[in-house]
Ligand binder design. Structure first.
Ligand code: SF4
Ligand code: SF4
Length: 122
């Protein structure tokens, strides 16, 4: 099973900041978030990023198989992207996962969008 097909939109990192889970350098982006000229985000501490930033081995309980877990995360990615007004080209579903509408959990190197749950992330 391949890893989560993150499109590097960075929405989950910004969501983590907005929820107060991550420190920020500008009130919007995570302190560790690097954004290139094309809008792609990367993490300057990727190898040691906190559990909330990990889709596959994060802090959220996973009561399902990895494929379903990725689908649920993809749904949340798309929601965060839509909330930010990002274009369709960023959608995780567009790069291989067929998001379901039945789940609502976490993310990335991702983040949950539920206001009362901690973010998760890739
Ligand atoms: S993956 Fe986590 S630590 Fe890295 S930039 Fe995003 S929110 Fe920050
Ligand atoms: S995990 Fe999702 S929201 Fe986060 S950067 Fe990747 S595609 Fe964007």
């Amino acid at each position: 099973m391949p890893g989560f097909p993150c499109t590097d939109c960075g929405a989950c990192c910004r969501k983590a900041v907005s929820l107060g889970y991550m420190p920020t350098r500008d009130g919007v982006h995570c302190l560790h978030q690097v954004v290139d000229d094309g809008g792609r985000s990367s993490c300057s501490i990727y190898d040691i990023r906190p559990p909330l930033c990990r889709v596959d081995d994060g802090i959220l309980p996973r009561d399902t198989d990895l494929q379903t877990w990725h689908q649920r995360n993809a749904v949340e990615c798309d929601k965060m992207q839509e909330a930010e007004g990002l274009g369709e080209e960023w959608r995780v579903g567009a790069v291989g996962i067929e998001p379901t509408t039945s789940g609502s959990v976490g993310q990335r190197s991702t983040v949950t969008t539920s206001e009362d749950e901690p973010p998760a992330a890739s």
